[in-house]
Design a protein around this ligand. Sequence first.
Ligand SMILES: C[S@@+](CC[C@H](N)C(=O)[O-])C[C@H]1O[C@@H](n2cnc3c(N)ncnc32)[C@H](O)[C@@H]1O
Length: 294
Amino acid sequence: MEWTEISVLTNDESQDAVINILMEFGSLGVELDTIDKDTLSINSYFPEDFDIKSKVPAIQSRVSQLAEFGLNPGKAEVITKNLNDDKWNSEWEKYYHAKRITKFLTISPVWENYIKEFDGELVIKLDPKKAFGTGVHPTTVLCLQAIESVIRENESVLDVGTGSGVLSIAAKLLGAGEISAYDYDDDAVDSAKKNVALNGFENDIFVDKNSLLDGISKKADIILANMLPEAVLPLIPQSINNINEGGKIIISGIIKDKLAVTIETLENNQYVVDQVSTLGDWRGIIAHLRRDDE
Ligand SMILES: C[S@@+](CC[C@H](N)C(=O)[O-])C[C@H]1O[C@@H](n2cnc3c(N)ncnc32)[C@H](O)[C@@H]1O
């Protein structure tokens, strides 16, 4: 398989915004390289079927436009390079290391023999190559923080848009009961199944191909959804039928401009917002199904 590396030369100030842009365009991974004291190279990887010709100018234009939002994007130069699978693997492995994400959760790539640093540390092993969800993207971090703060022993979970399976694995490590994870993308389903097995949860986490919760009648205590608003907004009304009384929905993937519409959709669909968290330009929401006395 051939890969394309798209690197953006920028600086510390615009680093988060550039990562967001590359992720929005579907990058399967991002790594940072310091070029000199003023310049960072943000390297991202796209599969061969990615439409480079049209996307590169679009990425270039979005990066250049950062100045209009008051950010200095530095050199704002976009460079592309083709890599074969082996080269991509070795580049990626050079930069992607175990990382502590929340108080208890650490994500370790499968090729690293990570040794726990404290009692109670929970380590998610990931082979992050095939799907979104290395744990380093702010939307995933927001979800992981939220899961850690709300989940109770044995609570059941529906993970919609599971990607690499990272959220389901985290939920299981944090004590969740029954978990079903869905994604509409074949590569993601494949990747989630592999990662679930890598963590020894093949009998505990059910992974299947499905669009949102279409045709799913299972109910759970917690619904996880880290997806862009195009997917999250239609999921909200649908999810009411899949959530137990007193259950919660954890939503991420919300760029700050879409926060208001997401909250409005939740409130129009029997949810009460408990918490909004911020990481860079991204927002995460925890909401519960409105009780009769509310
Ligand atoms: C931003 S990634 C999140 C991956 C992972 N859950 C995480 O938090 O890192 C969004 C995932 O949702 C999936 N997705 C997007 N729209 C979907 C839909 N309508 N039905 C099911 N999955 C969807 C994508 O294929 C992708 O794997």
